[in-house]
Design a binder for this molecule. Structure first.
Ligand code: FAD
Length: 465
């Protein structure tokens, strides 16, 4: 097969590349290669079974059209300060401008016009004052909340638009490798599970998301594509009752708090807060079960969940952050018989495991039904655990009740951002003809930032027609 542009991965980064090329009037032939299904065929069986079925060959939550976005909470962070390090590559002004542009596209496809986090100035001041007193930084970030069910509809609209405009999307096709001729990338090798074939293209865009980070790391090593090990985030998902979070949920919707707790002074932050949300499990291809969270626009639980993440960097002699985080995850999974582990905060401080009967006695009921009560401290590295405990105690000053005995900590919450591909501001890698985007490139960590990166890539590629 031949194309002008082949895009590997139909997550937000890949989708917005194709969308922007069309918007700029490009008539180039675009082929998208997506390992998973079209959005209408993506189904997580957990809705029926109430437990993760560890679907093979891939998890529908993270794989398929719109990538990890389809079943995600659909929170679009509208500030360049949130969602990844792209602004350090292209500059904060262009990043902010492009975020606003991409946001308009989401609105055109039906996103809610309401923006969270702009109202209640007096209450926001009070929350910031408390954060300062607790030694935490409050980052301002307006949020457009699509909601899981609405995000699905919006991406369905985009999928149909792309197909109507002639973009060829090969679902259930997995990219296996790059085609190189004289050190120039000429396309990709693809498998449809029956046979392998080649797609030749002038430009190859790899946007394979968090799940594709390992694979891209191997490609970088094999083809000598310049890259640097980045960070991984290791943490927990905290769940409390909505009553505890009522003020920050109402005023900020999502509290973006950052701290550098003693004694290590590593960066620790809140991430992906879901008022009235649900804790969820996602499974990676190597059977690693990790925790996440999302919330629906209409259907609400009694709880709020938020992730607390500690960034980890390595230098010499060890520089494999993904492998490190995977080991932490595997150990935690082992203790929970392959499931997600949960422990009450009070039990962590008391140095004991949590029992199911203690969960049953609490005000809070876990929203992840098949979670296993146990001891997350038996698998969490000491440094990360101390960081998390001290951060939660600081949070308690901003959100009274956050550090209560019954507060639930789910583990492992792991974010694999590592392997930052070295690129110029036009997203050219060291391999001519190859561009890397989105979460797998190491430059983004969220829906909006990966969408914005796609927009800029689309503009660049459109200019070649
Ligand atoms: C449960 C959950 C909730 C989230 N909630 C939010 C949120 O509310 N707000 C927010 O900003 N972010 C959220 N995120 C993160 C957000 O979804 C990602 O940052 C974003 O989707 C990254 O976009 P991407 O295009 O880089 O990659 P992805 O969305 O991961 O897409 C990559 C695509 O590439 C495909 N792929 C991978 N390898 C191959 C291969 N070899 N061949 C072919 N195809 C391949 C995958 O199937 C996937 O569809 C959430 C993530 C999860 C999992």
């Amino acid at each position: 097969m031949n194309a002008d542009v082949v895009i590997v991965g139909a997550g937000p980064a890949g989708i917005f590349t194709a969308l922007e090329m069309l918007k700029k009037g490009s008539r180039q032939k675009i082929i998208m290669v997506e390992k998973g299904q079209s959005i209408e065929n993506r189904r997580c069986p957990k809705h029926q079974t109430n437990r993760c079925m560890n679907c093979k060959p891939y998890c529908h939550i993270t794989t398929g059209f719109s990538g990890a976005g389809a079943f995600s909470d659909g929170k679009l962070s509208l500030s360049y300060e949130v969602g990844g390090d792209l602004p350090t590559l292209i500059g904060p002004d262009l990043a902010q401008e492009t975020i606003q542009y991409a946001d308009k596209i989401y609105l055109d496809f039906g996103a809610d016009t309401h923006i969270e986090g702009l109202e209640y100035p007096e209450e926001r001041k009070e929350i910031r004052k408390r954060a300062i007193q607790a030694g935490l930084k409050l980052v301002d970030c307006p949020i457009r909340h699509m909601g899981t069910e609405k995000a699905h509809d919006i991406y369905l609209g985009i999928e149909r638009y792309l197909q109507d405009q002639g973009v060829e999307i090969l679902f259930s096709h997995e990219c296996k490798n790059l085609i190189l001729e004289n050190d120039v990338c000429k396309g990709v090798t693809v498998s449809d599970r029956r046979q392998d074939f080649e797609i030749h293209a002038r430009h190859t865009v790899v946007a394979t998301g968090r799940r594709g980070a390992d694979w891209l790391e191997k490609l970088c090593a094999e083809h000598h594509i310049a890259h640097a090990p980045g960070t991984v985030d290791i943490g927990v998902r905290v769940e409390v009752r909505n009553e505890v979070m009522e003020l920050v949920n109402r005023v900020l919707y999502e509290s973006k708090l950052v701290g550098w707790p003693k004694p290590f002074k590593n960066k620790v932050r809140t991430f992906c807060q879901n008022p009235g949300g649900f804790v969820s499990q996602e499974n990676y291809d190597n059977d690693l079960a990790v925790v996440n969270g999302h919330s629906y626009k209409e259907f609400k639980s009694d709880n709020t969940n938020v992730s607390i993440l500690c960034s980890h960097n390595f230098s010499v002699p060890f520089n494999q952050p993904i492998a490190y985080a995977q080991k932490v995850g595997e150990l935690t999974n082992m203790l929970a018989n392959g499931q997600i582990l949960v422990q009450r905060f009070g039990d962590i401080l008391d140095g004991k495991r949590t029992w199911q009967k203690e969960l049953d006695q609490s005000n809070i009921r876990p929203t992840l039904p098949d979670v296993v009560a146990g001891d997350i401290t038996a698998a969490m590295p000491y440094r990360a655990m101390v960081n998390i405990i001290n951060f939660i105690q600081a949070m308690d000053y901003v959100v009274p009740g956050f550090a209560s005995v019954e507060t639930l900590l789910y583990s492992p919450e792991l974010k694999f951002y590592s392997n930052r591909v070295k690129m110029d501001t036009d997203f050219n890698t060291s391999l001519q003809g190859l561009h890397c985007l989105g979460d797998s490139s190491g430059w983004t960590r969220g829906l909006m930032m990966s969408s914005a990166m796609g927009v800029l890539m689309g503009r660049k590629l459109a200019s070649f027609s």
